[in-house]
Design a protein around this ligand. Structure first.
Ligand code: ATP
Ligand code: MG
Length: 393
């Protein structure tokens, strides 16, 4: 029996992109390559909205399950399967099919065969091929029944340009668009649950990320910083290699505490975070910011507070969690593997000077009055001058 096991990745929304399609496919292949390189050596070929992943040696063939696992969470893949790649010859196909799909068929009560033929010179039509394949399966698994509407297993036979493909294990992929196909954004990354989820949601739309973290030593500890580095490192799995920029803000916070009304501290500080983020984004040529804010979750996430922070920014702020409940956010944090890190109890610079009664509806004129006592430019630049850059992974 002559077949080779390969992985087929069905491209997602990128098929809609007309002329940009090859650029998009290239980005997707780059990301798949990045994910598979620690596992083995695979060749990648893109044809008709499918990326064919073929092991180049025996060790990589033996690691194909691992490669399949890794491909499951690559953004831009709508569906994926492992498949037997075999000659376009019905005798071979009907020998290989019950053997290759035996595990799926043994577990099922009902099945259907889905035959597709892009090679119109193949001697059987798709319905003929499906009917014959169904007969072969029934003779090997007599307990099975055909169910065309809601089968336990769908066996697919695809007759493509050079080979035939047989599979019965197609699953949905991560969806979204390939990393880097939709630009780059600056993610304000805390050690909390929300901002890593916001990063993943925007990365899923094809955006590569730089992360920006504010720390406040000695009020925040080295462990709090390490936690954020660990979160960012986990994020690189799905979001791609990332630069993490860390800016110390203890002096800025001390100045705000000394010179401004305490009930305005939180919003005033958030305005500084946004100003610093914009300055860094400008220097790095990044057109958008991303935050993990969710409407009404805390005092600084009321509409008035969001207006007050947005009043100092000069570029779009993406807030993918704005309409989400905490539970929905936690579900994604678990799926993307940041949750367990995020719930470690280390302090964040946003919580150390939190006033007892923060204003939930700050008035812009009051904020401007407080800021009139401050040298905004100097405070921002002083913090930025001490930034540290960590390249991940
Ligand atoms: P998170 O769980 O992401 O920390 P949160 O619900 O605790 O969010 P806030 O602390 O008000 O909310 O922060 C709102 C957003 O501001 C965060 O999602 C993040 O984008 C940004 N942010 C908060 N703290 C920091 C920080 N130390 N460094 C960088 N960005 C931060
Ligand atoms: Mg937080």
């Amino acid at each position: 029996m002559q077949y080779k096991e390969v992985i087929l990745l069905k491209c997602g929304e990128i098929v809609l992109k007309g002329l940009n399609r090859s650029k998009f496919e290239q980005k997707l292949m780059d990301d798949v390559r990045r994910r598979l390189s620690p596992i083995g050596t695979y060749s990648l070929v893109s044809r008709q909205s499918t990326i064919y992943v073929r092991p180049k040696d025996e060790a990589s063939a033996a690691a194909i399950d691992k490669a399949f696992e890794a491909a499951k969470d690559v953004y831009g893949i709508a569906a994926l399967c492992k498949a037997a790649e075999c000659p376009k010859n019905t005798d071979e196909i009907f020998k290989i099919l019950p053997e290759y799909c035996r595990n799926e068929l043994a577990k099922a009560k009902t099945f259907k065969v889905n035959a597709k033929r892009s090679d119109k010179n193949f001697p059987l039509t798709s319905p003929e091929l499906a009917a014959l394949a169904g007969g072969v399966i029934l003779s090997r698994f007599p307990r099975l029944k055909v169910d065309l509407d809601n089968p336990d297993v769908t066996v697919t036979i695809e007759i493509r340009e050079t080979d035939a493909y047989i599979h019965a294990n197609r699953i949905p992929g991560a969806g979204g668009m390939p990393l880097g196909s939709n630009g780059h954004a600056l993610l304000l990354l805390s050690g909390g649950i929300d901002s890593p989820v916001a990063g993943h949601m925007i990365a899923k739309r094809g955006v590569s990320l730089t992360a920006l973290h504010f720390e406040s030593p000695p009020y925040t500890s080295p462990r709090a910083k390490q936690k954020v580095i660990d979160i960012a490192r986990v994020m690189t799995k799905r979001c791609g290699n990332m630069k993490l920029i860390i800016v110390p803000v203890a002096k800025l916070q001390e100045t705000l505490r000394a010179k401004c009304p305490s009930e305005l501290f939180t919003v005033l500080f958030r305005r500084f975070m946004m100003r610093i983020a914009c300055r860094i984004a400008e220097k790095e040529g990044i057109p958008a910011l991303v935050t993990g804010e969710s409407l009404g979750q805390v005092a600084s996430q009321t509409m008035e507070a969001l207006n007050a922070t947005d009043a100092v920014v000069d570029r779009v702020v993406l807030r993918p969690l704005i309409g989400m409940d905490k539970e929905e956010i936690v579900t994604i944090a678990r799926q993307t593997e940041t949750f367990e890190l995020s719930i470690q109890p280390y302090e964040d610079c946003c919580t150390i000077f939190t006033p007892k009664h923060p204003k939930t509806k700050p008035r812009i004129d009051k904020l401007l009055q407080s800021e009139a006592n401050l040298n905004i430019d100097a405070l921002c630049e002083e913090a930025i001058s001490e930034l540290e850059i960590i390249e991940l992974p």
